[in-house]
Design a protein around this ligand. Structure first.
Ligand code: SF4
Ligand code: SF4
Length: 173
C-alpha cells in the first residue's frame, strides 16, 4: 500500500518528464484551435430566408426573431451562444457557418448582437405581413408552387380551402 502511494507520483513524474510541456502560453502565444473547434457562428444575410428554424433549435435562445413593423429581424446574441452548431446543422438555406472565433470580449452588450433584417411579404388576400419575402423567393425555386399560392397567408389559405370544399359538396356559400 505504502509503496504504491510513492510509486504513483514517481510514475507520473516520469511520464511528465517524457511528454514535456503540454500547456499553451495563450494569450502570450497563439491559442490551440483544433480542426473540430467550434466558435461563434456567422450568418450570411444574402442566403438567409428569415424562416426562423435556427431560433427553434438554439438551446440558450442566442438566436431570436422579432417583428418590427413590416420587417422581421433575426437577432444573434453572441453573449448567450454556447457554440454548439445546432443552428448551422438545421438551417435549410446553409446560411450559417461555425467559425473559430472565440475572443468575444466587448465593452458593450450591444456590440455582441447582430441583426439580419428581412422585408415581409403581405398576404394577397387580407394584406397582413406574414412571411419574409426571401423565404417565398427561395422556396418557390425549390417547390412547384405558384406565386398565387405562395403569396397567401396560412389563415386565408385555410379559409379558401374550406370554401372550395363547401362548394364542391353543395354548400350555399
Ligand atoms: S451555435 Fe448553438 S447556441 Fe450558438 S446560436 Fe447556434 S444553436 Fe444557438
Ligand atoms: S434561413 Fe437559416 S439563418 Fe436564416 S432564419 Fe432560417 S434557419 Fe435561420
Amino acid at each position: 500500500m505504502q509503496i504504491s502511494r510513492i510509486a504513483s507520483p514517481l510514475k507520473l513524474l516520469t511520464i511528465a518528464l517524457k511528454v514535456g510541456r503540454v500547456t499553451k502560453k495563450y494569450p502570450f502565444g497563439p491559442p490551440l484551435l483544433t480542426e473540430s473547434f467550434r466558435g461563434a457562428i456567422s450568418i450570411d444575410p444574402a442566403k438567409c430566408w428569415g424562416c426562423g428554424a435556427c431560433t427553434l433549435v438554439c438551446p440558450p435562445n442566442a438566436l431570436t426573431m422579432r417583428l418590427e413593423g413590416e420587417k422581421i429581424v433575426l437577432e444573434y446574441f453572441k453573449g448567450r451562444c454556447i457554440f454548439c452548431g445546432m443552428c448551422a446543422d438545421t438551417c435549410p438555406a446553409n446560411a450559417i457557418i461555425v467559425t473559430k472565433e472565440f475572443e468575444l470580449a466587448a465593452t458593450s452588450v450591444e456590440d455582441l448582437k447582430e441583426d439580419v433584417i428581412h422585408k415581409m411579404s403581405k398576404c394577397a388576400i387580407c394584406g397582413k405581413p406574414f412571411v419574409a419575402t426571401a423565404e417565398i423567393r427561395d422556396v418557390m425555386k425549390m417547390q412547384p408552387i405558384t406565386e398565387e399560392y405562395a403569396n397567401i397567408c396560412p389563415e386565408c389559405r385555410k379559409k379558401r380551402a374550406v370554401k372550395a370544399f363547401g362548394m364542391r359538396f353543395g354548400a350555399s356559400t
